[in-house]
Design a protein around this ligand. Structure first.
Ligand code: SF4
Ligand code: SF4
Length: 173
């Protein structure tokens, strides 16, 4: 090694530093700026509603059966025309996902016959104790757009007669 070699290496290093100062920054200023997720990203679950506000979940527990991590707990109850939550025969009176167990595999989404449970693009999941890691139905359901769309609600008799509803988006009002 000659005496000029360290000087050359130093100059190369400084040159690299200088050139990077003029490159486009790749850093996102999180949380003000959020990086868009990929189309197939699997984030926090949502328990969807139809456009008319009724819940898509019919409490069948197929998602819980498909879950390899045993992270989902579903308890079903009967709908009536006086107090209807979903267009099916039953609805989920309790729906919980334990996020400490979930491995975001998407099996629950694939198993659901009404496309009620989906993994969305929300990735900001944080909790400071085990209780907070259990996401309840109220946390997973999206808000209704108007007060008239809230559940439970009264519906005309004879419209919702199937145990598994056929519609993509129900319109009963
Ligand atoms: S994403 Fe996978 S692990 Fe998580 S709740 Fe659904 S089936 Fe279970
Ligand atoms: S989310 Fe889907 S699979 Fe799970 S209980 Fe509800 S309807 Fe059944």
């Amino acid at each position: 090694m000659s005496v000029v070699d360290p000087v050359i290496e130093l100059a190369r290093g400084l040159g690299r530093t200088l050139s990077s100062m003029f490159e486009r920054p790749v850093t996102y200023q999180y949380p003000e700026q959020k990086r868009p997720v990929r189309p197939r990203f699997r984030g926090r679950h949502e328990l969807l509603r139809y456009e008319n506000g009724l819940e898509k979940c019919i409490g069948c527990s197929l998602c819980a059966a498909a879950c390899p991590a045993d992270a989902i707990f579903v308890e079903a109850a009967e709908n009536t025309d006086e107090a209807r939550f979903s267009p099916g025969e039953r609805y989920a009176s309790t729906y919980e996902i334990n996020m400490l167990r979930c491995i975001f595999c998407g099996f629950c989404e694939d198993a659901c016959p009404t496309e009620a449970i989906v993994l969305g693009d929300q990735y900001e999941l944080s909790f400071s104790n085990r209780r907070e890691a259990i996401y309840t139905k109220e946390m997973l359901l999206p808000p209704v757009r108007t007060q008239a769309q809230t559940t439970p609600r009264q519906t005309p008799p004879g419209i919702f007669t199937r145990s598994v509803p056929e519609m993509k988006d129900a319109h009963d009002d």
